[in-house]
Design a protein around this ligand. Structure first.
Ligand SMILES: N[C@@H](CCC(=O)N[C@@H](CS)C(=O)NCC(=O)O)C(=O)O
Length: 220
């Protein structure tokens, strides 16, 4: 039975989506229409009671959380290069992945859905403004990591070819536009990197299936 990924276009499920494309074996991609509230439907809540994507199913097993899903995929397909092979490089890739997941991603939530943090329009506007500031600082740090990787002779955060950490970096750089932050002029090296990642065949296939592009219209 092929692996099955529940995804919603342009969300963080793009990360395991690109990972599955890097593996290159057939998988089932199940669209969850979040804009129609399908992630809150009884059918989807039976799959993931948290009402979130991504979800990976391997037969009867259900796995959630990007870090767990991608490490599982890596263990199943160690030759796919989802993470660096060498121990310290691998550890630092997982370190960056955890930072993207627990810091960058959660800061974006404050920009995109401040109503999840506080009540009242005024407070929400303040949370969003603070979130945008924080996100800009995080994009600066992400660019530093990209520049450091290049200085060490690596085109990507994963090394010579893209891996899970690059898929997540691409996702959050794309979000910076959705959040109306448009850091392109301010961070040319970051956008040059995002373009190079997005141009990779596995990223292209996943983005085509999701019908998304790197540059998106701001939503907030
Ligand atoms: N920590 C989770 C984050 C998952 C997450 O935030 N998913 C978002 C899309 S990017 C979602 O499904 N949001 C819908 C909701 O929370 O209602 C992971 O690593 O998988």
């Amino acid at each position: 039975m092929p692996l099955k990924l529940y995804y919603a276009p342009g969300t963080c499920s793009l990360v395991p989506h690109i990972a599955l494309e890097l593996i290159g074996q057939p998988f089932e991609a199940q669209l969850v229409k979040m804009h129609k509230g399908e992630h809150r439907s009884p059918e989807f809540l039976a799959v993931n009671p948290a009402g979130q994507v991504p979800v990976l199913q391997d037969g009867d097993e259900t796995i959630t959380q990007i870090i767990a899903i991608t490490l599982y995929l890596d263990a199943l397909h160690p030759q796919a290069g989802l993470f660096p092979q060498e121990l310290l490089a691998r550890t630092h890739a997982i370190e960056t992945l955890a930072w993207l997941n627990n810091t960058v991603h959660t800061t974006f939530n404050r920009v995109f859905k401040p109503e999840g943090a506080v009540d009242g329009e005024e407070m929400q506007a303040a949370v969003r403004a603070k979130g945008k500031q924080g996100y800009a600082a995080l994009m600066e740090r992400l660019q530093d990591k990209v520049v450091a990787a290049r200085a060490a002779g690596n085109d990507y955060l994963n090394g010579a070819s893209i891996g899970v950490v690059d898929a997540y970096a691409l996702t959050v750089i794309r979000w910076s536009q959705l959040g109306g932050m448009v850091p392109e002029q301010q961070w040319p090296q970051l956008w040059d990197y995002a373009e190079r990642v997005a141009a990779q065949p596995a990223a292209q296939r996943a983005m085509e299936r999701e019908r998304i592009r790197l540059r998106a219209q701001p939503l907030v």
